[in-house]
Design a protein around this ligand. Structure first.
Ligand code: PBG
Length: 324
């Protein structure tokens, strides 16, 4: 047979034909924009390793969220960067702390037209930079940390968030937070669980942005081993049983197989976190003229959706919303 029977190129001839058979949709409503708010600064501070991103003041936070919202992005995650840190991270649950003030500002600015999500963790707030309180031997004490997560969840619920997003990878964190919220009557406050969060090298720029690099050791005692995907499924199932409303896999690009498995095997609403290092790589290469930043970004985001993520937390949210 000299000629092929199949002619798939027929359907690639024009953009209209390509759109006709496109399988994966990517639009601004699939994107969640992460933002940083810093206490005690008069002006927003650029984050060098994350071009285009700033540690915001309360005022610039509102303005940025409004601009991004107007581009059709539906949801925001906030990270607070406090002035004062201590071994317990007590600013994390201070009702007047920078995290809660930032969340209230977002709620006020966006009303109920957009989803406000609070990252729930201690590493930005502890002076040692770990995601929980330390035991005598320097390891992170799981169960004492859960009590502190419960306090943070309540402070964030009081600030008016739709969802809290525990990112510390403590055992039992979703159940503990669910119980605390329910006991205080916050039955409508949901949980976006960072269910499978890997101990990744791609969090570097974030640790500059949130000023939360561990002062000793690393996070391999609580975050997952990059080699494991069966374990990721167990983590996700546990979080669903404990009461998560959405689950997340983090980072995204080295874990597309995990995203695919989680979606196929659970069918649960799934977010993927396209993390700071993934963003920084694209920006650095684009700034050097080595890749086309716009095309690379849209290809990456479409790839994460194609793998099975319903939602993507991404630092590209603002620019991608412009391009979509
Ligand atoms: C921990 C947290 C981290 C990120 C989000 N939440 C950092 C870490 O685990 O060290 C990283 C996100 C990113 O790199 O974009 N609270």
């Amino acid at each position: 047979m000299p000629f092929p029977q199949e002619r798939p190129r027929r359907m690639r001839r024009t953009l209209a034909l390509r759109l006709l058979i496109r399988e994966t949709d990517l639009s601004s409503r699939h994107l969640i924009a992460p933002l940083f708010v810093k206490e005690g600064v008069a002006d927003p501070i650029p984050i060098p390793s994350m071009p285009g991103h700033l540690q915001h003041t309360l005022e610039s936070l509102r303005k940025e969220a409004r601009e991004i919202a107007e581009k059709g992005v539906n949801a925001f995650v906030l990270f607070g960067v406090p002035e004062r840190k201590d071994p317990e991270g007590s600013e994390a649950w201070n009702p007047e702390g920078i995290g809660q003030r930032g969340l209230k500002a977002l709620r006020e600015e966006l009303g109920d037209d957009h989803v406000v999500i609070a990252d729930l963790c201690l590493d930005e707030y502890t002076d040692h930079g770990h995601c929980g309180v330390l035991a005598e031997d320097g390891s992170v004490d799981n169960d004492r940390t859960l009590e502190l997560y419960q306090r943070i969840a309540l402070a964030q619920a009081h600030a008016g968030v739709d969802l809290v997003a525990p990112s510390g990878m403590m055992d039992g964190q979703v159940a503990a937070i669910r119980r605390a919220l329910d006991d205080e009557g916050f039955t409508s406050t949901g949980i976006l669980a960072y269910a499978a969060k890997f101990a990744s090298s791609f969090y570097g720029p974030f640790r500059d942005a949130a000023e939360c690099a561990p002062q000793f050791g690393d996070r391999t005692g609580y975050q997952m081993d990059p080699a494991n995907s069966d374990e990721a499924l167990r983590e996700v199932r546990t979080d669903i049983e404990e009461g998560a409303d959405l689950v997340m896999v983090k980072p995204a690009l080295p874990y597309l197989d995990v995203i695919r498995r989680v979606k196929q095997e659970t069918g649960f609403p799934l977010a993927a976190y396209n993390v700071s290092g993934e963003y920084a790589m694209v920006k650095a290469a684009a700034m050097n003229g080595w890749i086309d930043g716009r095309r690379a970004t849209l290809e990456i985001l479409a790839g994460i959706r194609r793998a099975g993520a319903d939602l993507i937390l991404t630092y590209h949210a603002k620019e991608a919303a412009d391009w979509l």
